[in-house]
Design a protein around this ligand. Structure first.
Ligand code: ASP
Length: 566
């Protein structure tokens, strides 16, 4: 059994293939066996003198001493067959995880020597399938084989062995060119330069120069009592679809067909996509069949947000935000979450919304409700309610509105009920002036909206920007919520309806019946003219969209202009 106090740090180096050990055959690089033999001959990788003095077993190598008190010794386990990582799949990565599980007690840490092409997928998958990891697992490889005179393999492998041997970083990491990245945050960005990887949305966990700097603030904490769990069951029927301007709805439909169960949709900018109704309809239909679709930006850096109507439309179609996850991590997370047996669709969606292994940065509001699925939110509510003294009372008054809004935004009825039970006012505003009703309306959570309305929430509350819950539900195209709010007396204000004519014309020009319907249900007058004096019906006529024309005519026949709030 490997103990933290051992002066000898034992590592298992699992050699799966990749350029690092490749040889040239007929001018082409192919995976090469015998890496341990090569390493044994290189003094930087093996101290023969120490090995003999300590009678190390045949298959064990010893690094020269990195510190007077510690020695890193390691065994190379060569994979059969060795692979170019382009040929690796989830099946191989699960096998690596199982190998780690088998040897978990014997070693202080693990190095996985892997091809660079799919290393970010491998690291992401390993991070999810290895739960409660208490030891380092570090993937590394090279752009140039270790046998070449000028190569990056030696430095990378030595760095990975030293990091795994000397530091307790209980995560799946990727070491390349003097940087240790969280594995599920890394992505390959260069096919030739030695700096092949970057971690666009999280700084490196460690940087190696003359000194080694570990960013301990970022390193995940060990859950000591929880044993390692290896999840061998991952869903293979997952895929990635990258949007491009003008992508036909028919292509999207063809891609989303069964047996596919989960998709990473790579979208533009902050998670935006075409608002073409046929395309949204395909997405909605797929989500309706139970397909899980993660909205992941195809930008290298940045996150999916709800800043744009074109992003909100995707959320309205049922896509889940991947925030700032890489596509590699998003795909691996889908495979892991879908592979978990016995979960309902809602359970899976909840898992996808949580930060499970440090793979994504949740926005502040979501982070507060990552308490979901535990009773912590309820406990916080109860704790705050017990605060008799003045100071704690002030803390309570500051925290409860945000907690309530976060719970409402996540559709968390349990926490809201707990807050109500301890006597909280569910109409309170958070720092941005939004009430829990705003948050629930924006999130499209009809059950929460109806609970809040039953508790007399102010249906026409305005946030700091003058927006009402009804407007947020309309923009998010949540018909059920719109109906509930309208039935409770919600009205769009003059300010909210200011440019509605232009917006309606825009929707008509795109044939967006769903968007127009949302505004109609919200009580907007569909005859409102746009900036050029035409209204939605004129625009629909000019585009020749007969279906939309018919729909608009039906609305207009029924419509008597709705009452407006001041
Ligand atoms: N094609 C190689 C592989 O991924 C590239 C590399 O290792 O860098 O195995």
């Amino acid at each position: 059994m490997a103990r933290a106090s051992d002066p000898e740090r034992r590592l298992l180096a699992i050699y799966t293939g990749g350029t690092i050990g490749m040889r040239s055959e007929g001018g082409e690089l192919v995976p090469g066996p015998g890496l341990a033999t090569v390493l044994r001959r290189l003094p930087m990788f093996h101290d023969e003198h120490y090995a003999q003095a300590c009678q190390l077993p045949e298959d064990t190598l010893a690094l020269p001493p990195a510190s007077p008190y510690q020695r890193v010794i390691y065994t190379v386990l060569e994979w059969q067959p060795l692979l170019d990582s382009s040929d690796m799949t989830m099946a191989e990565w699960v096998q690596i995880a199982q190998t780690i599980e088998r040897h978990h007690e014997q070693y202080h840490g693990f190095v996985v020597i892997h091809g660079t092409d799919t290393m970010a997928f491998a690291a992401s998958t390993l991070s999810f399938v290895l739960e409660n990891l208490q030891k380092p697992v570090i993937l590394t490889g090279a752009q140039v084989p270790i046998h070449a005179l000028w190569n990056d393999g030696r430095e990378n492998l030595l760095g990975a062995l030293l990091m795994a041997g000397q530091y307790l970083i209980p995560e799946v990491c990727l070491f390349f060119q003097n940087q240790l990245f969280r594995g599920n945050r890394a992505t390959k960005v260069d096919s030739r330069r030695f700096a092949a990887f970057c971690s666009p949305n999280l700084p490196p966990l460690a940087t190696v120069g003359a000194d080694i700097t570990i960013n301990w603030g970022l390193v995940r904490k060990v859950r000591r009592k929880a044993p390692l769990v290896v999840h061998s069951c991952v869903e293979r029927d997952v895929g990635v679809l990258r949007l491009y301007p003008g992508i036909p709805a028919s292509l999207v439909r063809a891609f989303l067909q069964p047996p596919l169960k989960g998709v990473v949709l790579e979208t533009f900018g902050s998670g935006n996509g075409p608002t073409k109704p046929e395309l949204l309809q395909e997405l909605r239909a797929a989500v309706g069949r139970g397909l899980l679709i993660l909205n992941c930006t195809h930008c290298l850096q940045g996150a999916v947000t709800s800043d744009y109507a074109s992003g909100t439309a995707l959320a309205g179609a049922g896509l889940l935000s991947a925030f700032d996850m890489t596509s590699e991590a998003a795909l691996a997370k889908l495979a892991y979450v879908l592979g978990q047996p016995g979960l309902s669709l809602d359970d899976r969606k909840q898992l996808l919304a949580q930060d499970l292994r440090g793979e994504m940065t949740l926005p502040a509001t979501e982070r507060r409700v990552s308490l979901r699925g535990t009773s912590l939110g309820c406990q916080v509510a109860q704790f705050l309610s017990l605060s008799e003294n003045q100071e704690l009372g002030a803390v309570r008054d500051a925290l409860l509105p945000s907690l309530a809004c976060a719970a409402a935004h996540a559709g968390d009825l349990e926490v809201l009920r707990a807050l109500a039970d301890v006597g909280s006012d569910l109409d309170m505003e958070d720092f941005s002036g939004q009430t829990p009703l705003h948050a629930a309306a924006r999130g499209g959570h009809a059950r929460v909206v109806s609970m809040l309305l039953q508790r007399d929430a102010d249906v026409n509350a305005r946030d700091r920007d003058g927006l009402s819950p009804l407007l947020l539900a309309t923009r998010g195209r949540h018909p059920e919520v719109i109906k509930l709010l309208r039935a409770a007396g919600a009205c769009l204000s003059v300010q909210e309806l200011e440019d509605v004519g232009t917006e309606l014309c825009r929707l008509a020009s795109r044939g967006d019946a769903e968007g127009l319907q949302a505004w109609w249900h919200a009580g907007a007058d569909l005859r409102q003219p746009g900036y050029d004096g035409r209204h939605a019906l004129h625009v629909a006529e000019s585009t020749g969209n007969l279906e939309l024309l018919e729909l608009l005519r039906q609305f207009l026949a029924k419509a008597s202009p709705a009452p407006q709030a001041p």
